[in-house]
Design a protein around this ligand. Sequence first.
Ligand SMILES: Cc1cc2nc3c(=O)[nH]c(=O)nc-3n(C[C@H](O)[C@H](O)[C@H](O)COP(=O)(O)OP(=O)(O)OC[C@H]3O[C@@H](n4cnc5c(N)ncnc54)[C@H](O)[C@@H]3O)c2cc1C
Length: 305
Amino acid sequence: MSKLAKVFVFAEHVDAMRELAQGAAQLGETTALIWAGDKSQAGGTDTVYYLGELSNERILEHYAPTIINLIKTEQPSLVLVESSRKGRLMAGIIAAAMGTSVLADAAQITVDNGVVTQRMVYGGAALSTERSTAPTTVATVSAGIFEATDTGKAANLVEVPFIAPAPTVKCLERKIKAGESVNLRAAKRIVAVGRGFTSPEELQLAEQLAAAIGAEVGCTRPIAEEEKWMDKARYIGVSGVMAKPELYIGIGISGQVQHMVGVSSARTIIAINSDKNAMIFNQCDYGIVGDLKTVLPALTAKLSK
Ligand SMILES: Cc1cc2nc3c(=O)[nH]c(=O)nc-3n(C[C@H](O)[C@H](O)[C@H](O)COP(=O)(O)OP(=O)(O)OC[C@H]3O[C@@H](n4cnc5c(N)ncnc54)[C@H](O)[C@@H]3O)c2cc1C
């Protein structure tokens, strides 16, 4: 695959920065990160363009004129943007300033007569391919598309002078988000639960198995969104987390495409389901047909030894 001359990364979180820096290295001859916040966390690219600290008086959006000026000066071929809420906002601002549009939620990016992205449509049932031939392409990138590696400090750190925005939005208050902090994207082993579980108490069976094998617990969307038995950060799939574990055990999960695309990169998939015709059995490496209430205690007991 041919490479682009200059690929920029814009991320607001360290995990995404590491993933996108790796992607930039695959796609570009030279790479640069645009970073605001803790300077000591920035790295992984040839250059870091450091914007400054974030505070209530200076939120990420306030850096938009600074970033636009930088991009117009440096003319990168591609800007990879973290697909977070603020990332998507900045992608739109950058693209509008560069007279182009955003290639949204890329699940794959290649270089072939321009920048070619693929993204999931129809709830993950199909892929849409888009090509940009703009001088500067802006793409938001879904989490887990590139392998995150700690690629070390940048050779070159450039402090970018702040350009004050005209009308500003002021941050009035910051609050710690209620709920759990879990990073399923980084988990090596995942035990995932679905609607085969009939009560929150029954989830303990999966939690005990997860504890025995050192796994994180994930779930399907209905368990988080409808039953609300688990935090939304734990649901896997096209509209949740895209995970890449070495081992995924799906229990009481039917295997709908919207869930399974979230573990399509798992190295080994094990399914436990009482219905021998469940779709998940067509997508797993090993399957156990049985009632989770019988299978899980037996499996946990064996694996705890
Ligand atoms: C636009 C869109 C986006 C979506 N995005 C996502 C997403 O990101 N992630 C996601 O997960 N879903 C998503 N969904 C929902 C998805 O289509 C499925 O509805 C969902 O994944 C099904 O969840 P489930 O497997 O837990 O439940 P079900 O499909 O109800 O399956 C339950 C399974 O449990 C088995 N079972 C029942 N009792 C037992 C028992 N005692 N022991 C063992 N097995 C048992 C049953 O045989 C069945 O196979 C999305 C849907 C749409 C339309």
